[in-house]
Design a protein around this ligand. Sequence first.
Ligand code: SF4
Ligand code: SF4
Length: 378
Amino acid sequence: MIKEKYFKGDRFSLILVLKGQSIDKKFEIYYNIRSLNLIMILTSYNNLSLFIKRHFKTLWPYLNITKIFNILLALFEMKTKRAKCFSRPFIYRVDPCSLCNLRCVSCVTPWVKTKEKRLLALEDFKKIVQKIKKFALRTSLYDMGEPLLNKDIYKMINYASDNGISTLISTNFNLFNQSQLESLFNSRLTVLEPCLDGFSQENYIKYRQNGQVEIVKQNIKEVMEYKRKNQKNLPVVDVQVVTFDHIKEELPLIANFLKKCKVDHITYRQEILGFNSPQTTIAYKEKINEKPCFWLYLGMMIRPDGSVYPCCGRDFDRFSYGNILNQDLSQIWNNKYYQFSRSLFKKGPDLPYDPEMLKIPCFTCPQFKIHRKMKITS
Ligand code: SF4
Ligand code: SF4
């Protein structure tokens, strides 16, 4: 019932649902709901070698000695499951806009009412870059909404590029137009990921409601023509296609179109949001591995108000681990929430914890499957 309510888009308040429940019940409810939110990121990125394989070519030019040393140290600390880390995160996702022009069926963004839905200010983005630039290798500028809704998006990409950070945006590409071509290429964006999940308008809007597939196709075509004409290497254009059941027959048409446009890469993603059928999420749940979660050692998510999260759970009002706009990166990275989250993956004696820790997403995440006794300490 809770899942149905969630997918219909009603705002889900975890606090209300958990209030008055026993701890066992809280675990059960929290696990079921959070696992749906986390499933996308876990299935997409829970394999570090896949991440490296996919992104290495676009990341290595941004390496320097300090960054290489930090990466090696982070990998060592992940391997040895340290709770307190000397290394710092180097893969970031900074959300420039948590609002969207589309109303995709399984996405919470169009439906949720929360103060978290806002634009990131350019000045705040600059402050974030100054705090992370020493170790940051990649900053993806998207998370809960459409990045092109932020009018300063190209200035942000430009600023990150000036500070030696590789950038990536994923966009529904409905808001792009020819007048933005120069800004896009001048910003030195590293990877552009437009989403094309349909060839005919009729099928495209079954999931991407409010969208215009012809605009997306035209934009992809124009970007590739501009890139060729001006002999630009960047951005690498990697078109994302979610293989929904309702577009299966259109997949050859999509592939043919993208081939004609000479896009750099096409990534086919399996539908894991429960749109085709609820079984897709369950099937994926069983595949999740039990290695330590690499987000807790290598990455960080930052929302437009500066709130920090360990990973992108695709929902709002999660428990925040800190705020990068008024705290130091080091202070957040080794605070009690991060250290506790990392400790969850260690085997060993009972782990004392404060009841406050019940709020952290890692506690009930499908990625964390080590069964250990918990003692509540106050
Ligand atoms: S384009 Fe992305 S953010 Fe916008 S509604 Fe669709 S899935 Fe959600
Ligand atoms: S363990 Fe924590 S950081 Fe890792 S995916 Fe789960 S909630 Fe995110």
